[in-house]
Design a protein around this ligand. Structure first.
Ligand code: SF4
Ligand code: SF4
Length: 436
């Protein structure tokens, strides 16, 4: 898509198609020096916030300014140009007020100033901060987007403005170029303004970024017993764990119900090539369309177990180099474009105690995100090693719809587990000092 100055996100439902057409008709008559495109997004599950976020995400790379507008509005002449200049100059959120009007005489009625003058006596709405919100992509990302815990309609705009204030993004209210909201029958979905405002205290959650990586810890079984094994405690705690197909199915059902997407899927163990469900999992990951890529960590010894069908789905195969013979060469020969070799003998040994003064963590874990293991989702791929081996289920939740919600308000880098984790550079610098 070519770069555009302004992108307009317009959520719509199937039964407001006529309103949407009316909005498009009004746009035809907007005389603007600013190039703009319209991004319609179907509202699913009565979640207006999610639909807006979907539209914003699809325009982040291609528009200088992104504005959200509802389908039942009409855009006044001058608003697009004024909004664009204001946002580009001030780096603020620009929101425009609206007034209710009874009807729109014709979809193609020219939008001249005198038309708007006729409506000047209609009172301005006091609320309605969701009518038009526009920011640069940088500010949208910083804002975290609309809070998707809101559903139905109402309140999601108030929550956005509260979050903007909490994150230091200024707002500019436009009183001159006022939108027209054409009255219509009540929507067949609930007004939940009070509930939405009540449940959605601003969080650190960012709805516009994918949810990091999801690590699948598929088995604790492994033919080796390396001293540097970063899964050693988990393997000792559950020596014969092997993720079942039912666990895999449950994960994808809960993930679809929650509408989550992840940057990548990372498959670890134990040894994934000793696990019988590898092909089943990678096909589920691929078919779900919820992951951008798949990476697998293996010691390479059972490279003959990797079927061509499974390998076809995996983007990166990380093969450990050990101080004893391994079959890594066969994997590297077979997949020269996808295999990466890491020297496991250089890995740091995991420490047993918490090191004071190491928080907040400076995390250099390349798999930053979550982990699925034994029907639970953990806040970090290192969680099971740090907690399950200690006999606790800390920082984890049983799989259910919305399984990441619990982690929204968690300060990830200030967790006690980070104070013993060798992915925290504050920790391994101290360990290296101690070892030296
Ligand atoms: S091969 Fe990997 S999983 Fe197996 S013991 Fe060694 S480091 Fe741990
Ligand atoms: S430093 Fe904290 S967030 Fe990073 S990998 Fe370790 S436990 Fe996880």
């Amino acid at each position: 898509m070519a770069q555009c100055q302004l992108g307009l996100v317009v959520p719509f439902t199937r039964n407001c198609a006529a309103e949407f057409q009316r909005l498009l008709g009004s746009l035809k008559h907007v005389k603007s020096d600013v190039s703009f495109i319209v991004e319609p997004v179907l509202i699913e599950g009565h979640n207006l916030a999610r639909a807006r976020n979907t539209g914003i995400k699809s325009l982040l790379e291609t528009c200088d300014v992104i504005a959200c507008i509802d389908a039942d509005l009409i855009i006044p002449p001058g608003l697009i140009d004024k909004c664009y200049k204001s946002v580009m100059n001030s780096h603020s959120n620009y929101w425009a007020r609206m007034r209710d009007v009874d009807c729109w005489r014709s979809m193609f009625w020219p939008l001249e100033q005198k038309t708007w003058d006729e409506w000047k006596d209609a009172p301005l709405r006091e609320g309605g901060r969701g009518s038009w919100n526009a920011m640069r992509p940088e500010e949208w990302i910083k804002s975290g987007g609309f809070d998707e815990r809101c559903w139905g309609w109402g309140g999601e705009d108030d929550v956005l403005h509260e979050t903007l204030a909490a994150r230091g993004i200024p707002t500019f209210r436009e009183d001159r170029f006022v939108l027209a909201h054409v009255r219509h029958e009540a929507r067949p979905w609930p007004n939940r303004a009070n509930e939405n405002i009540a449940i959605t205290k601003p969080t650190e959650w960012n709805w516009l970024k994918p949810n990091g990586h999801m690590t699948f810890f598929v088995t604790t079984i492994c033919n080796r017993d390396c001293v540097q094994c970063s899964a050693a405690r988990t393997k000792r705690a559950m020596p014969n764990y092997s993720m079942s197909r039912k666990e895999i199915d449950d994960f994808f059902q809960a993930t679809a119900e929650s509408n989550y997407r992840f940057e990548s899927a990372v498959i670890v163990g134990g040894e994934p090539l000793m696990w019988p469900n590898l092909e089943y999992l990678v096909k589920q990951i691929k078919d779900s369309g919820r992951f951008s890529r798949i990476k697998m960590y293996t010691n390479g010894d059972y490279c003959g177990n990797l079927t061509d069908d499974a390998a076809e789905c995996i983007d990166t195969i990380v093969v450990s180099q050990h101080d004893s013979p391994s079959r890594k060469e066969r994997l590297v020969e077979r997949f020269p474009d996808r295999a990466e070799v890491v020297d496991r003998t250089q890995f740091r040994v995991i420490i047993d105690h918490y090191l004071p003064g190491t928080l907040p963590a400076n995390c250099c874990c390349g798999r930053c995100g979550y982990m699925y293991f034994n029907e639970r989702v953990y806040i970090c791929p290192m969680s099971s090693e740090n907690f399950l081996a200690a006999g606790r289920n800390g920082n984890s939740v049983a799989l259910h719809k919305g399984y990441l919600d619990k982690f929204m308000s968690v300060d990830r880098l200030n967790q006690p587990m980070c104070a013993r984790c060798n992915s925290n550079s504050h920790v391994f610098k101290l360990v290296e000092t101690v070892h030296a």
